[in-house]
Design a protein around this ligand. Sequence first.
Ligand SMILES: [Zn+2]
Length: 321
Amino acid sequence: MKKTLWLLPVLIGSVLLFSFTGSHSKPVPGRRPIQTLIIDPGHGGQYPGARGTFSRECDVTLSVALKLGAAIQKEFPNIKVVFTRTTDANAGFRSNLNDDLHYRANIANESGGDLFISIHCNSAGRAPGGWYGKKVVGYTTATKKVKVKKKWVTRTVRVPRYENYWIENVARGTETYVWAVGKNESKTSAINDNADYGEVDSLSTVSLPDPNDPAEKARMLIYTQNYFRKSLTLADFIEKEFISTGRVSRGVKQRNDKGIWVLQATGMPSVLVEIGFISNKSEEQYINSDEGQEQIVDDILSGFRNYKQKFEAKAASQLDQ
Ligand SMILES: [Zn+2]
């Protein structure tokens, strides 16, 4: 185990083990005040993410992320905010999605981030807004010639009458994801079975971490021991804020599939916030509106404030001892 942990800074080039404290005291992971916050606007450039009826996920996430960064900067001027992208180019101008996601994780780790918040929009169903379905509304009869024993005879048959009807794309609400530590198959498959389950980088070519790789193993262990509980706490705070402002909260969820890779790859507590369904007509309006974006930013900011208070108070009381 010791050997594995020692390999970590070399293998993943992480500054993690050395960044917890500047003094000679024993590093206490995660107990220092939050100094650097990484904000990750999902998608961008040639990877626009999900599409709504009039907007694209990458534009909404960028706008909300920049507003969130500004709000945090205003309330906590001592916190350094680092964005994984600030323009409509994919992160780091990388030419493929794999490099793009790696770049996001690297910039977070190299900046010595204490917390990572990724902003995404959800999508579900066959088309944004809705689609036409067909239903049987009754039957008529018709005559049909059929061949019986080499002779043509006329038969009366029942013919269904169809009507087209509009199916509204109703999936809506917020979700906050944390990396599912280990192979929590029952939980992840339950989520994947959900018909509303939509996006999160389904085109990602990033491979899942190999549990036999010592570096990955060490990273998972560190995440489990130090970051999982904190990530869960922040996710919970954020969803509670969404509820308090009247949003539909689909809750805190765990996944360990490809799209969430960026959470696990960052050596810090990390959450991925799905701020609403871009595929739902009214929610698309909301997440694109100034009012809606302000509300979302306010909710995430409040969740962050609660998180900061909780863990920094803890850190201070421990220093007193
Ligand atoms: Zn996304």
